[in-house]
Design a protein. Structure first.
Lengths: 148, 148
């Protein structure tokens, strides 16, 4: 089902599939975007803040986007983020299996643009133990239903 | 020069090298992390909100991290983000050349952890026209100088 602004209400929840974070994917992402020892090398990572290999927070964020795009929050015209706030309460580790839980916090029609609105969504990315590895509140652009 | 908490002061500025966003890199990132028509396909992107191919905001964020890691803000122990707020005021397009400007907003010693503190940094990711494609305020963990 394709969702328009009119289909969304505060309190609505959406869920996603699962994504496993392999050590190889963690290192590949880090080589491209976040080349630091604790994301690249199992041994060197031991003597760092993370005490072992950990995914870049931006890798966790990117995988979260993938889970959102493939979730049951199937927005008309796609998922278009305007921005948000995020924290990483604990690292994502090799072998972690991530899932996403999203909760609609607010639905606001635009005053100036009659064809759209903004939805504020709280998304928690969880590992296989149910621990939060990313907590994000984001604003997404959502289209209104076209007039008949 | 390796920077500790004591080396950082509010008002300090850091700059980065440049990174070109190619159409191929935009599509490769999107296939992995944000598979939506406006990030994947030049033709399909025309009829969307973006009116042409645009990078995933998470791709811009990941490249920003790369620019930060390679910038002259060379933090002891690496760049360890605790979280932040970000917006994407305009899309990143194929051929855009991104650079990063960072400004230290606040430097705070930890009350409970004598060996570290938090630095709040405002980072603007600019395209080759000087337009802001990502605006982020982030909190980073920074180590104090070890006692002699």
């Amino acid at each position: 089902m394709t969702l328009y602004l009119e289909d969304l209400v505060a309190g609505q929840r959406f869920t996603s599939g699962a994504h496993e974070m392999t050590a190889e994917a963690i290192k590949t992402f880090a080589r491209q975007f976040d080349p630091q020892p604790f994301h690249l090398d199992d041994v060197a990572a031991q003597d760092t803040f993370f005490h072992g290999l950990a995914a870049s927070g931006w890798h966790t964020a990117a995988v979260t986007m993938r889970l959102l795009v493939e979730s049951d929050m199937t927005l008309a015209g796609g998922v278009i983020g305007a921005g948000g706030e995020l924290t990483w309460p604990r690292p994502t580790r090799p072998g972690d299996v991530l899932t996403l839980e999203s909760l609609v916090l607010a639905v606001t029609a635009s005053k100036s643009k009659p064809e759209r609105g903004l939805v504020t969504v709280h998304s928690r990315t969880l590992n296989q133990k149910g621990e939060v590895v990313q907590d994000m509140t984001s604003r997404m652009l959502v289209w209104r239903k076209p007039l008949a």
